[in-house]
Design a protein around this ligand. Structure first.
Ligand code: KG4
Ligand code: ZN
Length: 337
C-alpha cells in the first residue's frame, strides 16, 4: 500500500509518501515561521492562507515522477489544530482523492507523533509508555494497540513546548523557542540559578510548567540583557523542564510496570532530553525516539498513521472531517475497526 500524508494543523505545510514496508518515498515541508515571527506567534488566518498557497507546489516537490497514479490512499490531519488550517488540508486531500479515485482518511495529529517512532524502530513492541511532548500537549500515554491509548497524566497548565516558547520570548529569542533555548544553553554555566521542579513531589502523573515560567520571569526582572546570564537561565530552565519530564516518566514506568519508553513530539528533538532518557536503559528500560526531523511536525507521520489504520481495516471518510479539539481517547471510536 502507498499512502500520501498531508499535514496542515498549525504552521507547517508538510507532505509525505510512505509504503507498507515503511519506506519514505517522498517528503516536502514548508515552515511558516518567518510569516508568524513578526507577529510573535501563529496567526490562524495567515496560516490557512499560506497552506492553500503551498499545498500544490509541495505536492509536486514531494512526489517522485509517475507516483500519483500509484497512490492507494490519502491521509490528512483531522485534528487537533487550528480549524481553518486543518480545513485547507482536509479539503485538498479529499479533492485529490476524488480526482484520482482513491479514498481519503483523517488522522489524529498526536497519534501520528506517537506512531511515527515505529516507522524505523521495528523492535518496539506493544504495550509501551509514551511521553508526548509538543507545543500544545504534554502527556504520558500507554499505547496498548492501534487506537487503544490510556492517558496516565498530562499537563495541568502550559505544555512543555509552550513553556520553552514563552521563556524564549522572555530571553529575546525567536519562535519556536525550544531549539533556540537548547542552542544558547550550551554556553550556560550550571548552578547559577535554582528553579523549581514542579509536581515532582506529587504522586499523580500530571505535569505543570506555568509556575516555572513565572519563576524565570521574576528572576529576569531588573537584570541586564546579558548573553551569559541569559545562557545560564536557559540552561537551568531546560534542566528543570527535563528533570520534571523524566521524574514523571520514571514514576509512570514503575507504576505501570512497562519496560519501553517512546519519546515523541517536537520537544523530543531536544538533545538533552534524549540523553537523559537514554540513561533509563541502565535500569532495564528500552528507550526509543524518532529521528529529530520526524519529531517536529511532518507529513510522513500522517501518511504512516493513515497507512496503519487502513491496513487495520479502518473505513475512509466520505467527507472532509476536521476537529479543532480531539482528545486521544476518542480516536478508537472514530474508526470502525
Ligand atoms: O510537535 P511540534 O512540531 O508541533 C506541535 O504539534 O505542537 O512541536 C513544536 C514544539 C514547539 O513548542 C517547539 O519549541 C518545541 O516543540 N521544540 C523543542 C525543540 N524543537 C522543537 N523544544 C525543546 N528543544 C528542542 N530542540
Ligand atoms: Zn505536532
Amino acid at each position: 500500500m502507498l499512502v500520501l500524508g498531508i499535514e496542515t494543523s498549525c504552521d507547517e505545510t508538510a507532505i509525505g509518501l510512505v509504503n507498507s514496508d515503511g519506506d519514505v518515498l517522498g517528503e516536502a515541508i514548508f515552515s511558516q515561521i518567518e510569516i508568524h515571527r513578526q507577529h510573535g506567534g501563529v496567526v490562524p488566518e495567515l496560516a490557512s492562507r499560506d497552506h492553500l498557497k503551498k499545498l500544490a507546489p509541495l505536492l509536486e516537490e514531494a512526489l517522485p515522477p509517475g507516483a500519483l497514479p500509484r497512490i492507494d490512499a490519502i491521509a490528512y490531519t483531522q485534528g487537533p489544530g487550528l480549524i481553518g488550517a486543518l480545513m485547507t488540508g482536509a479539503v485538498f486531500a479529499h479533492s485529490l482523492a476524488w480526482a484520482i479515485n482513491k479514498p481519503a482518511i483523517g488522522v489524529h495529529h498526536m497519534e501520528a507523533h506517537l506512531m511515527v517512532c515505529g516507522l524505523q524502530q521495528k523492535d518496539l513492541s506493544l504495550p509501551y509508555l509514551s511521553l508526548l511532548v509538543s507545543g500544545g500537549h504534554t502527556q504520558l500515554v500507554e499505547v496498548r494497540g492501534l487506537g487503544d491509548y490510556h492517558l496516565w497524566g498530562e499537563t495541568l497548565d502550559d505544555a512543555a513546548g509552550e513553556s520553552f516558547d514563552k521563556v524564549a520570548r522572555m530571553l529575546g529569542l525567536d519562535y519556536p523557542g525550544g531549539p533556540e533555548i537548547e542552542r544558547i544553553a550550551q554556553q550556560g554555566q550550571a548552578g547559577k540559578f535554582e528553579f523549581p521542579r514542579p509536581m515532582s513531589q506529587h504522586k499523580t502523573l500530571d505535569f505543570s510548567f506555568s509556575g516555572l515560567k513565572t519563576k524565570v520571569l521574576r528572576t529576569l526582572e531588573g537584570q541586564p540583557a546579558d548573553p551569559q546570564l541569559f545562557a545560564d537561565v536557559a540552561l537551568e530552565f531546560q534542566s528543570a523542564v527535563i528533570d520534571s519530564l523524566m521524574t514523571k516518566c520514571v514514576q509512570a514506568l514503575k507504576q505501570t510496570g512497562l519496560k519501553q519508553l517512546v519519546i515523541a513530539g517536537g520537544v523530543a528533538a531536544n538533545s538533552y532530553l534524549r540523553e537523559r532518557a537514554q540513561l533509563l536503559q541502565e535500569d532495564g528500560v528500552r528507550v526509543f525516539y524518532p529521528p529529530k526531523e520526524l519529531c517536529t511536525d511532518n507529513g510522513t507521520m500522517i501518511a504512516y498513521t493513515g497507512l496503519l489504520h487502513l491496513e487495520a481495516g479502518a473505513t475512509p471518510d466520505a467527507l472532509p472531517l476536521v476537529r479543532a479539539r480531539f482528545p486521544m481517547d476518542e480516536i478508537g471510536s472514530a474508526f470502525s475497526h
